[in-house]
Design a protein around this ligand. Structure first.
Ligand SMILES: *Cc1c(COP(=O)(O)O)cnc(C)c1O
Length: 386
């Protein structure tokens, strides 16, 4: 795994894990191995690389770095977060059942209900804060638990360790989508996860220039099964994107620190704002899951959602369009601040009744607080909400 050992601290792993000076030239940065295939001296006599769908040295350096950041042995990079999710679901057979949250990323909900449900897999969308509810849905067909925490966009925090114990008791595969927290804020492998999933597009890549996903795991059998799916189905990223993410990761710890600090100040500013009816941010002591967040996260992140007071859809659109520093856009986790209207953007694929149950109402806005100067961000919020 390169110079960084498993015992090294986060920042050192972010900069060095999986990466050695290039053996042919001494280049400090991992080269972009822009090749689809590799020379074999005689059939089968190669250096471990045959064809870039399955293996590529730039991607391998990235995968080892990703694994190290999540305290995992193995990492696999996919061409998107959804590609990674797709690979996990292909571990299942028709008739199998999955337990998951009722407050999921819209694309996860869509792939579960519109793709994998057609292949005979049954999904239960539950309130994961209640372990009795989870237990009551486990039966002998249950194979996998999929959680996301903090959730998108209402920042509910699921107790990873508690769900991990249920999963272990019933011999299930426990998957945590750790996109919102990033490995800087929480490491689900240390709390009982079998697989950690990331949309690398977000905080890990961090510069809004790459779409990528990842899976990290410790169990070698599970790694081999997932590598088989990855190579057989082929949603693997190219060397240029792998390089961009390797580069982005080197500042993950610095960026996350700044996201958290700006997030804290903006959350405090919005909490008592007359135009804000409700605010979702796990750092507040009156957040329903604050104690769980404090226990499993190192800080509270830069994702904040607000419900605008007395605003109908039209007024919500007007406010969402009036920012000058925040950009109205899908996605999150980049250095630039973004504002999102979940109902019309990221959560459009969830039926109205379903999403309103989860608090995704017409006048909800989600902020991805970037790392710009806090004064400029606060001024922008002040003018947009005036
Ligand atoms: C964006 C996102 C995904 C999907 O990842 P892509 O890289 O867009 O395919 C999955 N889960 C969460 C929480 C996300 O925010």
């Amino acid at each position: 795994m390169g110079r960084a050992k498993q015992t090294m601290k986060f920042a050192t792993k972010a900069i060095h894990a999986g990466q050695e000076p290039d053996p042919t030239t001494g280049a400090i940065m991992t080269p972009i191995y822009q090749t689809s295939t590799y020379w074999q001296k005689s059939p089968g006599d190669n250096k471990g690389y045959e064809y870039s769908r399955g293996t590529n040295p730039t991607r391998k350096a990235l995968e080892d770095c990703l694994a190290a950041l999540e305290n995992a042995k193995f990492g696999l990079a996919f061409s998107s977060g959804m590609g990674a999710t797709d690979a996990v679901m292909k571990l299942l057979q028709p008739g199998d059942e999955v337990i998951t949250g009722n407050d999921l990323y819209g694309g996860s909900y869509r792939i579960f209900t519109k793709i994998f449900a057609n292949y005979g897999i049954k999904f239960h969308f539950l309130d994961l804060s209640d372990q009795n509810i989870i237990n009551s849905y486990v039966n002998d067909k249950t194979k996998l638990i999929w959680i996301e925490t903090p959730t998108n966009p209402t920042m509910q925090v699921v107790d990873i360790k508690a769900v991990g114990e249920i999963s272990k008791a019933h011999n299930l595969t426990f998957v945590v989508d750790n996109t919102f927290a990033s490995p800087y804020l929480q490491n689900p492998m240390d709390m009982g996860a079998d697989i950690v999933m990331h949309s690398v597009t977000k905080y890990i890549g961090g510069h809004s220039d790459v779409v990528m996903g990842a899976l990290m795991m410790n169990d070698e059998e599970l790694y081999k099964k997932l590598w088989f799916i990855y190579n057989a189905c082929g949603a693997t990223p190219g060397p240029m994107d792998s390089f961009l993410v390797l580069r982005g990761i080197k500042t993950l710890h610095l960026r996350m620190k700044a996201h958290c600090e700006n997030g804290r100040q903006i959350a405090k500013f919005l909490k008592d704002h007359p135009k804000v009816e409700k605010i979702y941010w796990p750092g507040f002591t009156d957040h329903p899951n604050h104690e769980v967040a404090k226990k499993q996260m190192r800080d509270f992140g830069g994702m904040i959602s607000i419900v605008l007071k007395g605003a109908d859809l039209q007024e919500t659109f007007r406010i969402a369009s009036s920012f000058k520093v925040f950009s109205l856009a899908e996605s999150l986790g980049g250095v630039e601040s973004l504002i999102n209207h979940p109902v019309s953007m990221t959560h459009g694929s969830i039926p109205k009744a379903e999403r309103e149950k989860a608090g995704v109402v017409d006048n909800l806005l989600r902020l991805s607080v970037g790392v710009e100067d806090i004064e400029d961000l606060l001024d922008d919020l002040k003018q947009a909400l005036s």
